[in-house]
Design a binder for this molecule. Structure first.
Ligand SMILES: [Zn+2]
Length: 312
């Protein structure tokens, strides 16, 4: 077994058994909450499917396995919907490419991550490809919002649901990652393990880790808003919005009885004293709107976030 996170392993075994007994559907939809490891599971399944040796798990040595390790396998295609909408032209190009015979091994695989980012024309093109599957071609879709996919696409896929790991499982897993222990200081933001890892890989741990302290001193009147936002730039404003929104969300949940991370205790007391729960909820909605408007508004986003914090 690979060093795949242990909550992903039963899902992988389920697919391996189907593959080994020739019962695997040519389309898989891997679902689960954001950051629990759908993409990591999908990549393992792809490796198994591309391997030329007739066994459940990838051998790691054959020509196909080596090409997969080098990320240069010609029969494997990826479309990632995280950054932008997946468009119909991309799907058509992909379908043309995979209509050829496999160049190396026996199978061809298309991986579509964040598949909810397909627009309707792209989704219809995918549906057509699933309805008329090319021989030995697999489609693997991942999505944290699978209900927003076309029902006709969902019904053609084998659903693989990744469970959300428990907090002790996440802690234990983080301990095994390089510098993973430091990430537990961000549990107020998220406990989704792969989201934490992605924040680390982007070098943004300290940006997030400092937010609660900076906000506390601001609410206590020790520093101005500009000091809290001194690291703010147009390319990280979404991170600031995510951080502040998570803090408000935790405080709102705490007012309804949920436990509160220690890092947010002082912020909670200050916000409740200054704003009260009703205004706090309005500020949360306003912040969410600011975040969703970031890509479509011409207003200066830094000014908008400064204006927002001035009302806390
Ligand atoms: Zn192999």
């Amino acid at each position: 077994m690979t060093n795949l996170a242990h909550w992903l392993q039963p899902c992988l075994r389920q697919v391996q058994v189907l593959k080994q007994t020739n019962r695997l559907s040519h389309a898989l939809l891997i679902t689960g909450a954001d950051g629990v490891g759908q993409e990591e599971l999908a990549r393992e399944i792809v490796k198994d499917l591309m391997c030329e040796v007739d066994q459940a798990a990838a051998c790691g040595h054959c020509h196909s396995c080596q090409l997969m390790q080098a990320d240069t396998h010609p029969d494997f295609r990826v479309l990632d919907g995280q950054a932008s909408t997946i468009k119909v032209d991309q799907i058509r190009l992909l379908v043309r490419q995979i209509s050829q015979k496999p160049q190396v091994g026996q199978n061809k695989v298309v991986l579509m991550t964040h598949a909810q980012a397909m627009n309707i024309n792209a989704a219809n093109a995918v549906l057509k490809a699933l309805e008329e599957p090319a021989a030995r071609t697999y489609f693997i879709l991942t999505s944290s919002q699978s209900t927003s996919l076309l029902p006709t696409i969902r019904s053609r896929c084998l659903l693989v649901n990744v469970p959300t790991p428990s907090l002790p499982d996440v802690k234990q897993w983080l301990m095994q990652q390089p510098d993973g222990q430091a990430l537990s200081s961000l549990f107020w933001l998220t406990t989704q393990p792969f989201r934490l890892l992605s924040i680390q890989q982007q070098g943004k741990v300290s940006l997030y880790a400092e937010l609660p302290n900076q906000l506390t001193t601001m609410l206590q009147g020790s520093v101005p808003v500009s000091e809290v936002l001194k690291g703010l730039e147009s390319n990280n404003i979404e991170d600031y919005c995510n951080g502040f929104a998570a803090i408000l969300h935790q405080c709102i949940c705490h007012s309804a009885g949920a436990p509160l991370d220690e890092a947010l205790q002082d912020i909670y007391s200050a916000l409740m004293a200054r704003l009260g729960i009703q205004t706090l909820m309005l500020r949360y909605q306003s912040l969410q709107k600011l975040k969703s408007d970031l890509k479509k508004t011409n207003l200066n986003p830094i000014m908008q976030l400064t204006h927002e914090l001035n009302q806390w």
